[in-house]
Design a protein around this ligand. Sequence first.
Ligand code: ADP
Ligand code: MG
Length: 301
Amino acid sequence: MKIGILSRNRKLYSTAKLVAAAEERGHEVRVINPVRCYMNIASFNPGIHYDGKQLTGFDAIIPRIGASITFYGTAVVRQFEMMGVFSLNESVAISRSRDKLRSLQLLSRKGIGLPVTGFASSPADTEDLLDLVGGAPVVVKLLEGTQGKGIVLAETRKAAESVVEAFRNLDANFLVQEFIKEAGGADIRCLVIGEKVVAAMKRQAQQGEFRSNLHRGGSAKVIKITPEERSTATRAARIMGLRVAGVDILRSNHGPVVMEVNSSPGLEGIEQATGKDVASMIIEYIEKNGKAGRTRTRGSG
Ligand code: ADP
Ligand code: MG
């Protein structure tokens, strides 16, 4: 197959690992920088240009779209979909997963366990909003934060009010969430491919830190998850419309709760913690499912 990997940097662990896995399995691979793609939208024959040439003949693409280029990156993915190229994760699903509020609404509609979460726009309702999620301590999150940036634990009501006020003054969209203290600074990352959790790791935050992101100095080790956690993770990925996803779960007193669903999960941490070759499993999945024209949305939505 001819596989394109949409990534801005071929040296990133995940990109390099996917290239190696695809080549090892006999495929032709090309790393495509999405911000270097330009498109002819008006054409009857939708196309993508790159460095003065048209990109042709791709059977499948693997989007690895960084959070800072979601808007343009998903437009490029959509263009590939319009050309009938199979995208491992489709543009609509990627956009959905990047918006924490939209994601939580979709998951809650299907009965997935979630931390109690509130959202409000008007400053007049801060008091009531904090009551709604059970009062302090609360976690305040920017809607489009990533890697643990833009997330604050407010331990007292006064602190929560100040953080909410500060975010509002910056015109930022945020949500307020029950703090799952009993998780003890740990969460579970489930790597889902298709309908299966193929690898799971427990990430533990550094001493004195509640965010377990590896980018924030968290440490990872392999973990055996419960059947309930397994089905929560696969259902969450399916609801988001993601074929490959990193589903983050907290162990709460009210069962497993989903914190977020990532559409470009990093491979380095999970491969090292579990010893699994996730990159090869992704390529294998594409071999089985990645037929041209298999795109569900065909670039719509
Ligand atoms: P990001 O997109 O920045 O990774 P997350 O929502 O995944 O944002 O939060 C980052 C980390 O903060 C999580 O991995 C988790 O360890 C911690 N965290 C987030 N929300 C909560 C919560 N409601 N209760 C306890 N810990 C949380
Ligand atoms: Mg996270």
